[in-house]
Write a protein that binds this ligand. Structure first.
Ligand code: DX5
Ligand code: ZN
Length: 217
């Protein structure tokens, strides 16, 4: 049940990913930021890492693809064992076809919108997707400040999803902490990615519980 908390392992110890995912057993999903150093100026994990993480993680994976040509690669992340695969519409040639291919391989399909990308073109196609990710920072790096200017876009997607009566997850990613999660929740988000505020804590379980409480306030 909402709020769903997805800690991002971008803020975890890359040399100990298995131990790191074992520390966040209370999370709903584990957020895995895949970056290719082309779509964003940073490089992280690929298919092989996701495949092994899916095997060892007690919590299912939420893959966030920040890569070029997601049409080619996104379905393979579903086959690698991710429960949810989200790709950026700015990089996709055919977002609807790619979402259908992800679903055909048994995962939930999400689209992500960078801060400068409008939501309007997607509002009449929400039935094709299981999740919309409204980025609250420029994608690429953890530890940035939450952009509260994204709240009108979030509210717009939330209203469209409600009109359709769809069980669409509305995710925010970037700068989420106990100080910012409430404002995103009030504008319709139900799924919250948190990197530094969870893995930067000495007790990640406690940080997850604090986020849940703050989101519901
Ligand atoms: C940024 C990534 C985020 C990142 C968030 O491009 O998509 O998932 O890990 O990190 P924090 O929570 O530190 O802003
Ligand atoms: Zn992310």
């Amino acid at each position: 049940m909402a709020p769903y908390i997805h800690p991002s392992i971008l803020a975890a110890d890359f040399a100990n990913l298995e131990q790191e995912v074992l520390r966040i057993g209370e999370a709903d999903l584990v957020h895995v930021d895949v970056m290719d150093n082309h779509f964003v100026p940073n490089l992280t994990f690929g298919l092989g890492t996701v495949e092994r993480l899916a095997e060892v993680s007690p919590v299912p994976l939420d893959v966030h693809l920040m890569i070029e040509d997601p049409d080619r690669w996104a379905p393979d992340y579903a086959s690698a064992g991710a429960a949810s695969v989200t790709f950026h519409v700015e990089a996709a040639a055919d977002a609807v076809a790619t979402a259908r291919a992800i679903r055909a391989r048994g995962a939930r399909a999400g689209i992500a919108l960078k801060p400068g990308t409008p939501a309007e073109p997607w509002l009449d196609r929400l039935a094709e997707f299981d999740l919309v990710l409204v980025m609250t920072v420029e994608p690429g790096f953890g530890g940035q400040s939450f952009l509260d200017g994204m709240m009108p876009k979030l509210a717009l997607v939330a209203a469209a999803a409600e009109r359709e009566g769809r069980d669409l997850r509305l995710q925010v990613d970037g700068g989420i902490s106990t100080a910012t999660i409430g404002i995103a929740a009030r504008h319709g988000a139900d799924t919250f990615v948190a990197g530094s505020s969870v893995f930067g804590s000495t007790d990640p379980g406690k940080a997850i519980r604090a986020l849940r409480t703050a989101a519901s306030r």
